[in-house]
Design a protein around this ligand. Sequence first.
Ligand code: NAP
Length: 333
Amino acid sequence: MAMSRKVVLTQRPDGEPAESDFALVDAETKPLEDGEVLLKVEHLSIDAFIRTMLDDRDGHHGKVDLEAPVMALGVGRVIDSRSSELQQGDAVFGPMGAQTHVVWPAAMLRKLDESNVPARTYLGALGMTTGLTAYAGMICVAQVKAEETVVVSAAAGAVGSMACQIAKIAGAKVIGIAGGAEKCDFLRKEIGCHDAVDYKSGNLVENLRESCPEGINVFFDNVGGDVLDAALDNIAKCARVIICGAISQYNDMTKVTGPSLYLRIPERNASMLGFTVDHYAEQFPTMEADIADWIQRGELSLPEQIEDGIENFPGALIKLMTGGHKGKLLIGL
Ligand code: NAP
């Protein structure tokens, strides 16, 4: 057994989450049963879907119970095992939860190959909720083509940074939308976007028109709301608008605001397509192989921002929702 420090939900957030919605508790892990392993969690993925699980509603991802550890995907290391599948020292991926140690059945975990990349890469560039999501949206759903103009919202975040780079590898002209001049610089210099547009400054509709004079062929949307409307006003004929997420809506899912300019879709013979990454599970091995290949060839890299300590989990989630990070946001333990 081990002592585990956990972040539990003490009250449901009213709008933006606050530190006071969470508490730290210490508890011993349960004794191991046959087929189970004891894990020391090493990194936790801070993901937008976590916010949607804090409400008192059974949404797409389910809900976190009060006084229970907050849900988070993570990677960890086996420190004790009663499973023939996993040995001490193995690195694994799974639904770790916001805690330092956890006991899980080995069958719920994926053993990771650390020979080419560190285990935490399976939360970022090779992560289901990050790299594989960007791949599914950009390649499988948008079917991006060379020479097309692609716009990505929340482009300086985890999924966005990957989506921009995947579109660029496909030969597209890529424009990222992000909040603030520093993030736009990051998109141009580190992510390799052809241009970047700051949605917090000036008129987004006009600024997108300037960056995309021929119109947008693919809009990969992570944000929804006004940003989606500004992009819709700039779509080209036969554009594909890909709904990956709508983070601007997650703090109040009882009043989700849809786009007011959706008539641009029929006017421009365009389509709006949504997806969730789990529908593409059969293609995960191909996606992982392609992304690993791009990393090895130096064509793609995902900057990481790692905040150390389980006590920083609530702050990191608040940071994700308010844009205080670039690239992939992780908790290191
Ligand atoms: P992220 O992009 O790393 O972080 C979220 C970013 O959203 C922030 O950095 C912030 O950037 C931006 N943002 C927050 N509120 C905003 C607002 N009101 N208006 C405009 N921008 C806002 O997070 P992520 O985990 O990679 O998730 C990105 C999106 O992917 C989310 O919508 C998530 O739900 C979606 N997702 C979808 C799937 C799927 O299967 N479809 C899977 C995983 C994730 P700025 O500083 O630029 O504002």
